[in-house]
Design a protein around this ligand. Structure first.
Ligand code: ZN
Length: 379
């Protein structure tokens, strides 16, 4: 038995950003807070979105004070901006950070308190204001997930808010918005998307539909990420990456993830300036090596995408190295020391990771000592 449930209406295609005004109107919005980040705004990426809102006669205000790994303070500022403007709908244009802030504003326009009050799963009691998300990276899939992540810098703590009322109402997934993304960001976000697809594909909780989406996502990402990094204007590579990231998101909202994400969350608290996808990339090879024996056939299918030969067991055994080499070509660092995470933090990171809902679905059981050993392997 399984259920498959998508909370978000997805519209995919070149130029669909121009449907933003119509999407907001249909969702019942009349005054819009547009949440974006300063880099995306300076590059002019939200222009078609703003033009569409203007053409539909929807008053809007732009809030662009979004930092990577947004904090509870960023969220409070954005909510205040929405209240000051009298917004009743939110549009998020950007990477995971901008979309997660937009999702928080939507939640808090319909629910009391601060975003940290909703740390965990299904803690948001009521639907908030409608949110329309437009991703500018092919990575987090925040446009379609029922999760959003925030940091509390005072406590070095990163947390996840999940549940039915966290999802965006509409995702306008427009490859044209991703054309200007710099190579390093393309590589980091693409690595995140790859990790989502892989962890979902091998998860104990996988179902026939999530498997199909995850395996197709893996094929699209392995086939196009290097192209998108080498030439950001390669529209076909951008399209397939965005589709891959979207499908990975549709898969993992039904399965959750695995050890990479269980560990990446507390490491993100320790190293808030490091891109989430980079942290995932550092952790992937040792986690694949650890998990391999517990899901040989699945990892062998992934190894096929990397062109590895031999028996299923041989292909699986070679996969961690193939992924390490691929990530090296993408410019992803190989060691935790390279991203400023010291050995002295490992025990505390493993402590926090053990509480993650991503641990029970991982294909191989793992205890605290196993997690520390995985971190030690890439110290
Ligand atoms: Zn991720």
């Amino acid at each position: 038995m399984f259920t498959f449930d998508l909370r978000t209406t997805v519209v995919f295609g070149d130029g669909v950003a121009g449907q933003c005004g119509e999407a907001v109107r249909r969702a019942g919005g009349r005054r819009v807070l547009v949440v974006t980040d300063p880099g995306v705004l300076a590059a002019g990426v939200p222009r078609p979105v703003l033009e569409s809102l203007g053409a539909d006669g929807l008053p809007y205000r732009v809030f662009s004070e979004v930092e990577p790994n947004p904090t509870v303070v960023d969220v409070e500022r954005a909510v205040q901006a929405a209240r000051d403007f009298g917004a009743d709908a939110v549009v998020g244009v950007g990477g995971g950070s901008a979309m997660d802030v937009a999702k928080a504003v939507g939640i808090l326009l319909g629910n009391p308190g601060g975003i940290a009050d909703y740390d965990g799963m299904d803690k948001v009691p009521r639907p908030g204001a409608p949110v329309v998300c437009l991703p500018t990276t092919a990575g987090t899939a925040a446009e379609v997930t029922i999760f959003a992540n925030y940091s509390d810098r005072e406590r070095d703590y990163k947390f996840s808010v999940g549940g039915r009322h966290v999802a965006a109402r509409v995702a306008l997934v427009d490859p044209l918005l991703t054309l200007g993304l710099p190579p390093a960001v393309t590589a980091a976000t693409g690595t995140d998307a790859f990790t989502h697809a892989l962890e979902s594909y091998v998860a104990r909780s996988a179902n026939p539909v999530s498997e199909l989406l995850a395996l197709r996502a893996l094929a699209l990402i392995v086939g196009h990420l290097e192209r998108a990094v080498a030439d950001g204007r390669d529209l076909e590579a951008r399209r397939q990456m965005l589709l891959g990231s979207l499908m990975a998101g549709m898969a993992f909202i039904h399965t959750r993830l695995g050890l990479v994400h269980a560990l990446a969350m507390p490491i993100g608290g320790v190293a808030p300036r490091v891109a989430h996808g980079v942290i995932c990339g550092v952790l992937l090879p040792p986690v694949v090596a650890y998990n391999g024996p517990a899901a040989v056939e699945r990892y062998a299918a992934v190894a096929d995408l990397f062109g590895l030969g031999g028996s299923a067991a041989t292909r699986t055994a070679r996969l961690a190295d193939a992924i390490r080499e691929w990530l090296g070509r993408l410019g992803i660092p190989a060691r935790l020391a390279d991203i400023g995470v010291e050995r002295s933090r490992f025990a505390a990171v493993a402590d926090q990771a053990m509480a993650s809902g991503n641990i029970p679905v991982n294909p191989r059981a793992a205890d605290h000592a196993d997690l520390v050993a995985i971190l030690e392997a890439v110290a």
